[in-house]
Design a protein around this ligand. Structure first.
Ligand code: NDP
Ligand code: 2IT
Length: 446
């Protein structure tokens, strides 16, 4: 980055937000991409758009006390970052994982602004979470935690204000408990959360949407570069909500998914992963991925999740967590002939890994474009809740496909317009930014 104005903004953000490396990482990538835009648009600089954009509108941090099954009081920390509401109510997931801290939620909230803008739907950016670990907890413990979390959060969210959803550790069970508590305290039945169960206002296809959307986006990337999923070997990291439905759609589109993982290790099945078995282990039994090999002769389990990137593949779809692909893993992917990396997780590639993709000619689909199908379908859930109506699976899926195509086109067009053809990272950052920036300028200094 050579633009002194952007360098100064980045320096001041670093000073004001010490000890938040993931946040600074996400911010640096976006500011670097915006350099050519800033040089063309002095009006946005004059309106202070960048200085305002980097500072969250509101940051809420709260105590979450709950009682475990042994009668012992436990205390977690809850967060909600309401980052930007220029184009719609704050919208973004809730992450429940022991690694959660302010910097993690800020990086996710910041990314969400641009992602939500790309969806074409009217949603601002937000994110929340807690350092609570749902793993190994009973349903009763999870319920008491979720109720306590929502007892505080309900003051700050609402269908036209801020609409949380799932993320790591937050699935249908947790959303159900949070929705029930919100409804009870506020005495209203509104679309305050998305990812709800189908019997109480959830949208068909929301469960599948992020993973399916990753594949719809990847399909556009492949088509634009003269390829398809047909006959390709694919690695999908993770084995949670995004990974499972990513696997399903890649397989339906003709690929063979040869490996999946969890935070302990990875499974390799050269015949193609048996997804029904993974669903049973992860969604129903809530067990570890290594269980898979006991019932699947010919498959192997290896300890350590990063090893998954040492397997030869044509397409890599990281769907676990941030910074899961580092420089060494990216180099291994390239050396083994990987042609495309499209991100299901948020920020799964380190900046050094991304540099390797560009250097080695790996086509790169960035998270805020690839995985936007989840929040886009959350937006469709909000529309259905407002209308008191529900669309069929096919209707929602068709809208999701159209949205993913339009996101690809927006990224591709913006990259071309700024002389960086094929750089979908820059395209996503620029296209996502411009809509928000125009809205911020139009609304004045707020
Ligand atoms: P889940 O909780 O359903 O699954 C997470 C998966 O990632 C699990 O397999 C988990 O393994 C693994 N994982 C989590 N943390 C780590 C870690 N530190 N190291 C290695 N593996 C890890 O979450 P989702 O599938 O919903 O989310 C996955 C990613 O996709 C996240 O980055 C999330 O932000 C992103 N995303 C999710 C969307 C959604 O709609 N759910 C939308 C857009 C993006 P283990 O079981 O061992 O913890
Ligand atoms: O990162 C994400 O986009 C999500 N976790 C989904 C957010 C949402 O509001 O559906």
């Amino acid at each position: 980055m050579t633009n002194q104005y952007l360098i100064d903004v980045l320096e001041s953000v670093k000073k004001r937000n010490p000890g938040e490396p993931e946040f600074i990482q996400a911010l640096t990538e976006v500011l670097e991409s915006l350099e050519p835009v800033i040089e063309k648009r002095p009006d946005l600089v004059a309106a202070g758009v960048i200085e305002r954009l980097v500072e969250p509108e509101r940051q809420i941090i709260f105590r979450v006390p709950w009682v475990d099954d042994n009668g012992k009081v436990q205390v977690n920390r809850g967060f909600r970052i309401q980052y930007n509401s220029a184009i719609g109510p704050y919208k973004g997931g809730i992450r429940l994982h022991p690694s959660v801290n302010l910097g993690i939620i800020k990086f996710l909230g910041f990314e969400q602004i641009f992602k939500n803008s790309l969806t074409t739907l009217p949603m601002g950016g937000g994110k929340g979470g807690s350092d609570f670990d749902p793993k190994g907890k009973s349903d009763g413990e999870v319920m008491r935690f979720c109720q306590s979390f929502m007892t505080e959060l309900c003051r700050h969210v609402g269908a036209d204000l801020d609409v949380p959803a799932g993320d790591i550790g937050t699935g249908a069970r947790e959303i159900g408990y949070m929705f029930g508590q919100y409804k009870r305290i506020r005495n209203e039945f509104t679309g305050v959360l998305t990812g709800k169960g189908l019997t109480y206002g959830g949208s068909l296809a929301r469960t599948q949407a992020t993973g399916f959307g990753v594949c719809y986006f990847t399909n556009e990337v492949l088509k634009a570069n003269g390829m398809s999923f047909e006959g390709k070997k694919v690695i999908v990291s993770g084995s949670g909500n995004v990974a499972i439905y990513c696997n399903q759609k890649a397989t339906e589109l003709g690929a063979t998914v040869i490996a999946m993982s969890d935070s302990n290790g990875y499974i390799y099945d050269p015949n193609g992963i048996d997804l029904a078995a993974v669903k049973q282990i992860k969604e129903v039994e809530r067990k570890r991925i290594k269980e898979y090999v006991a019932t699947h002769p010919g498959s192997t389990y290896t300890e350590g999740c990063a090893g998954i990137w040492s397997l030869p593949c044509d397409i890599a779809l990281p769907c676990a967590t941030q910074n899961e692909i580092d420089k060494a893993s990216a180099e291994l992917l390239a050396a083994n002939g990987c042609k495309v990396v499209c991100e299901g997780a948020n920020m799964p590639s380190t900046p050094e890994a991304i540099a390797v993709y560009f250097e080695k000619g790996i086509i790169y689909g960035p998270a805020k474009a690839c995985n936007a199908g989840g929040v886009a379908t959350s937006g469709l859930e909000m529309s259905q809740n407002s209308m008191r109506y529900s669309w069929s699976f096919e209707e929602v899926d068709a809208k999701l496909q159209d949205i993913m195509k339009s996101i690809f086109k927006a990224c591709d067009d913006a990259a071309r317009e700024y002389g960086m053809e094929g750089n979908y990272m820059a395209g996503a950052n620029i296209a996502g930014f411009l809509k928000v920036a125009e809205a911020m300028k139009a609304q004045g200094c707020v």
